[in-house]
Write a protein that binds this ligand. Structure first.
Ligand code: GDP
Length: 298
């Protein structure tokens, strides 16, 4: 809780300070409830969640004196209730190789997160193969190679601009023939435009499914918390094409926008696996709803 709290301190402190200033012994009337909703919306929790918190509070405290602590407790409870059903450990199925696809826009932390998870699997004795299917960014391949070395996982890459789907086809065959436990596929986050990006993703997925009808076993969408409400449109864009099976939210350290995870959970109800709280290999935490709720509520 400490490490996550520290990471979320910025999200928290602003909201926490505002609540302390606004709700130090105040009667919970209409105006107070509106002020509360404003604070929550400013913290990127979204208007649905803001309304839920205020109606939960109003149920037993309307027109009574409240403290900021009571409000924070109610907030933590509401957030925890929303997030608990989505708290989903990242579990490997029995089929081998397990094919794990990583999608998300450039800069979201996709490559870093893939590397952190590859290292975990490597440490558990799983044989991991990494496929660098972002063939447009040479830097992404270099970065993956470094992570691959840390994880003891070979990285397959193509020539710059090579066809990503044929690289994925080769990786699927190699993973099967050489009996890898896990194939992790990093995809591009930006091509010329969104249609092109989604077409390429769809093509990659078709190739995966043709090679192994049970795959991909996971399609993980990586989201950067610092983009705030834009995370919602990223979910919208990827969820259908990539058939997203779960989320990882990165950069929850040092952002005032961590509340967006609650907003998008309320809206899309997608499983949440991990949160990223820094750039280092150990800065990936298994997602826990009560811990996150407590940290975010201050
Ligand atoms: P990609 O373009 O989606 O593959 O993103 P990268 O993995 O290259 O990450 C973009 C930047 O975000 C890099 O500088 C990473 O070190 C950084 N980053 C990734 N995850 C986190 C995180 O949880 N916290 C912080 N502070 N930085 C992160």
């Amino acid at each position: 809780l400490d490490r996550i709290s520290k990471g979320l301190r910025r999200s928290t402190s602003r909201m926490s300070d505002q609540m302390a200033a606004s709700f130090n012994q105040r009667t919970l009337d209409r105006e107070a409830l509106e002020d509360l909703e404003d604070i929550l919306i400013m913290a990127d929790l979204g208007s649905d969640v803001a309304e839920q918190v205020s109606s939960n509070l109003a149920e037993d405290k309307f027109d009574k004196q409240v403290t900021d602590l009571e409000i924070k407790v109610a907030l933590a409870e509401t957030i925890s209730d929303i997030l608990t059903p989505l708290e989903t450990p990242f579990v490997l199925g029995l089929a081998r190789p397990q094919v794990i696809l990583f999608v998300g826009v450039n800069g979201s932390g996709k490559t870093t997160t893939l590397g952190k998870i590859a290292k975990r699997f490597g440490d558990q004795g799983q044989r991991v193969l990494i496929c660098a299917a972002d063939t447009f960014r040479a830097a992404a391949v270099e970065q993956l190679t470094v992570w691959g070395e840390r994880a003891g996982a070979p990285v397959m890459s193509g020539k710059p601009g090579a066809d990503a789907a044929s690289l994925v086809f080769d990786a699927m065959n190699r993973a099967r023939d050489e009996k890898y436990d896990i194939l992790m596929i990093d995809t591009a986050g930006r091509l010329q435009n969104r249609t092109e990006l989604m077409d390429e993703l769809a093509k990659i997925i078709r190739v995966i499914e043709k090679t192994d009808s049970s795959a991909p076993h996971h399609s993980v969408l990586v989201l950067d918390a610092t983009v705030g409400q834009n995370a919602l449109s990223q979910v919208e864009a990827f969820r259908e094409t990539a058939n997203v099976s779960g989320l990882i939210m990165t950069k929850l350290d040092g952002t005032a926008k961590g509340g967006v995870l609650v907003a998008l959970s309320e809206k899309y109800k997608l499983p949440i696996h991990f949160i990223g709280i820094g750039e280092a290999i150990e800065d990936l935490e298994i997602f826990s709803a009560p811990v996150f709720a407590a940290a975010l509520s201050g």
